[in-house]
Design a binder for this molecule. Sequence first.
Ligand code: FBP
Length: 548
Amino acid sequence: MTKSALQIARAAYQPKVPAALKGPVKVVDGVYTQSIANQDEIKKLFPNTYGMPIVTFEKTKDAVALPALNVGVILSGGQAPGGHNVIAGLFDGLKAINKDSHLYGFILGPGGLVDHNYMELTADIIEEYRNTGGFDMIGSGRTKLEEKAQFDKGLEILKELNIKALVIIGGDDSNTNACVLAEYYTSINAGVQVIGCPKTIDGDLKNDQIETSFGFDTACKVYSEVIGNIQRDCNSARKYWHFIKLMGRSASHIALECALQTHPNACIISEEVEAKNMSLDDVVNQIASVVAKRAEAGNNFGTVLIPEGLIEFIPAMKRLIAELNDFLAKNEAEFKLIKRSEQRNYIISKLTKENSALYASLPEGVARQLTLDRDPHGNVQVSLIETEKLLAEMVGTRLAEWKKEGKYVGKFATQVHFFGYEGRCAAPSNYDADYCYSLGYTASCLIAAGKTGYMSSVRNTTAPADKWIAGGIPVTMMMNMEKRHGEMKPVIQKALVKLEGAPFKKFASKREEWAINTDYVYPGPIQYFGPTEVCDQPTKTLLLEQGK
Ligand code: FBP
């Protein structure tokens, strides 16, 4: 692999870790836990892994010699910067426990376990990937691990390789499944522990114990850099409105963080749209009003940030998508036989009155995207829905209507962008490089401590790394019951943007000022070498959440 000068310099970077992880650790059991809701149901479903205590690792002088361990690792779901460092931290931790330990990577996600597709991760391989972005060391995939047959098939290869623990690096769904797997392997005395690690650029796997999912920091910094560049271009030419859609399947954490970093003229937060029961028209009016106000001041340019999941948070659209999901699930075969040119009318004829009218009012492209294949979790693939184009078009139409009514709306020319894939494999920021390495190392400590059904946790990360707290959180603690595919299931609760939380409040207190004034911030690229205040800052979201 040919490497850039930055990659070569970066390979030598030694991630910062909590002080406790710099030598032998002892396990300190904390309080016993219960799930955040539906305690009785979840306890019944997880008799072996429910209610375990939170654990913390503390420094000890008494090093204990432990036997060599064979461990497997899986990267699950969408890429997130820092995944390789989780694996590097895990590898170093296992070698520190016993130099004869072995680490195996399952290829292309959970499917690798079921298909017995794996490779041993040796020191040479790990060296190649330290502090790099991407998941290409072993690849990732979205196969859902949820059937007993898959668990049993997986166990065959785990036994063959004498693997005693499996680390699953994934988002809320993958960690939920990791816990189901932990419970199952414990119930049959399989002798395999399962540990999860919180990953997703979306930032929606967090709670009182898990401060943030890895990758969110780097991805937001990459998007904010590019948004800043666009804003500088925008403020130089003064002739375009830029509509920028940002990844984040459901929650608007990425859009909110980027808004806090760059001060755009408008930013839509899906959770607010839902809470205020706004229609698509209301969202369009909100943006069009900002455009018209800026035009009055002679500013025919600006930026609008749009969260990827917006469409599913507009209550009327949510109802439409729910009916479409059910309808397409039941009539998939028939729908696939309909000619492409007739699919729209076919759908219009099948939906209930309200949904049919809404579907008919959507531009062709968006209507089509709503009928495309769902992902393996049954979600609409929101990254394929061009909300940025839809809103740019609809705002244009609204302004034209206002103009006819005699209102001054200035000139309105648009550019559209979608930032998502650009940030998911970026070289991890120092924060993510350190956080991920520490998460991986902590996972090795959880394994050595004989834990299963835990998620690796590193807390207090707005303080210097030395003061970070490493430990483990029982996954059942984060669960509640939710409806999935028509059935109630135990799942880790997804963290949406809290409208009463400090990050949203900060944004809400500033957005009118940012709408009218041109108060853009240009964050520039991530810096890896240099002063702490430039290179080692966590996200604004995390700082605000921790009252800093
Ligand atoms: P994860 O939740 O698996 O981390 O993935 C998140 C994400 O990056 C979303 O932001 C986006 O909607 C989706 O993945 C895109 O999926 P795909 O990689 O399959 O195109």
